[in-house]
Write a protein that binds this ligand. Sequence first.
Ligand SMILES: Cc1cc2nc3c(=O)[nH]c(=O)nc-3n(C[C@H](O)[C@H](O)[C@H](O)COP(=O)(O)O)c2cc1C
Length: 207
Amino acid sequence: MNTVLKALKFRHACKKFDPAKKIPAEQLENIIESARLSPTSFGIEAWKFLVIESDAVKQKLRPACWNQPQITDSSHVIVILARPGLADPAGEYIKRILGRRGLPLDATRAYIEKYKKHMESEVFPRMSAYAWCSKQCYIGLANIMTAAAAEQIDSCPIEGFEKDMVEKVLEIDTEQYEVAVIVALGFRAGEQKTRYRHPIEDVVEYM
Ligand SMILES: Cc1cc2nc3c(=O)[nH]c(=O)nc-3n(C[C@H](O)[C@H](O)[C@H](O)COP(=O)(O)O)c2cc1C
């Protein structure tokens, strides 16, 4: 079977982790690298991956995450932070990030203008910079989970948290970073529940 499909069949939202099992360093590095290599719109990379391995920090974090046991029983928790301030079309960061491709000056200027127009006409009328950056963060989340599954490591994506509380507990500088989504990683304890999906004809249409 295709290795990605194999990983996706292995993956499920793990509710029960074995607290005694820790992810070996090399496998953790592979997972983090998969996050870093994830694509972002315009290559903006307005994110940060906060990897929590400390049991004390996980204990503090759990109440802010609906007291879900995955936070403390998993081996590692990755908090994916969005950096909405970096998406500002007039900001220095955008100039730097769109300029790093080494295009001629005119082409870089045109690219920055294209970004500005896109953000102003398509993105900002529909969502905040935080929401837009968070969408990119979810691509990182997906790749983290698939990369983990490819290493036979379980995961649970976590949106069940109180954002303000998580940011407070982790002492996040909210001028720069905001929590987008969280993922717990580790090893399953026992059998997992059945997964449900709509039949393919209900969710796929060819035209
Ligand atoms: C963005 C996102 C947030 C989620 N948040 C939680 C969560 O806080 N706690 C939890 O137990 N499961 C959470 N889930 C897991 C979903 O409930 C689960 O993926 C879905 O029921 C499908 O099951 P499966 O992933 O095992 O196939 C989340 C899933 C996603 C994609």
